[in-house]
Design a protein around this ligand. Structure first.
Ligand code: PRP
Length: 191
């Protein structure tokens, strides 16, 4: 979708893990699956986990909009006390839900399940608020990095255990706006 003008970020990427086109078609596929599985409900409540899920939430919601059911959106922001590029499992709520989720069909929208620690904590937290149902859609998952297993019903791509950026995922708050997911060149870390 680029007009040929080089992006500032392309030069920093060592290799692409998931392309823009792969993301687009996978989101369509995931939205169709969710639509089919939730055909019997009046509406779903999408809960996006900021900041990483911002791109995925926006594109997934639009895709689901083509098929239904109607979706409402909520956002949470959590922060895992990590060291650099790994997370620790201690989670702090930076932004809580604005509304009650009791008796709602909640679908958590996550950009990535890495160690699983963030999602494991989040699922317990949401479960304690008595939703009618609770499932997860994760665009990316790193099976080799898992520390705690969390059942994720809808997964876009299983990816290698490398530090990835783009499509919401950052390194030092940058690269989130990239339309694809990739691995940074080693020299970026020594700048
Ligand atoms: C990232 C990502 C997930 C979590 C996954 O968020 O968006 O929420 O880490 O890692 P885990 O499975 O090892 O727990 P991060 O804490 O970096 O915050 P951000 O989304 O604001 O960048």
């Amino acid at each position: 979708m680029s007009d040929g003008t080089p992006n500032w970020f392309d030069a920093d990427i060592d290799h692409v893990i998931v392309s823009e086109e792969q993301i687009r078609s996978k989101i369509e596929e995931l939205a169709k699956q969710v639509s089919a599985d939730y055909g019997h409900v009046e509406e779903v409540l999408l809960v996006g986990v900021l900041k990483g899920a911002v791109m995925f939430m926006a594109d997934f919601a639009r895709a689901l909009g083509r098929y239904g059911p109607p979706a409402e959106m909520e956002f949470m922001a959590v922060s895992s006390y990590g060291q650099g590029t790994t997370s620790s499992g201690v989670v702090r709520i930076l932004k809580d839900l604005d509304r009650d989720i009791a008796n709602r069909h909640v679908v958590v929208i996550e950009d990535i399940v890495d160690s699983g620690l963030t999602l494991s904590w989040l699922m317990k937290y949401l479960e304690s608020r008595d939703p009618a149902s609770l499932e997860v859609v994760a665009l990316l998952r790193k099976p080799d990095a898992v520390k705690v297993h969390v059942p994720v019903k809808y997964v876009g791509f299983d990816i290698p255990n490398e530090f990835v950026v783009g499509y919401g995922l950052d390194y030092a708050e940058r690269y989130r706006e990239m339309p694809y997911v990739g691995v940074l060149k080693p020299e970026v870390y020594s700048r």
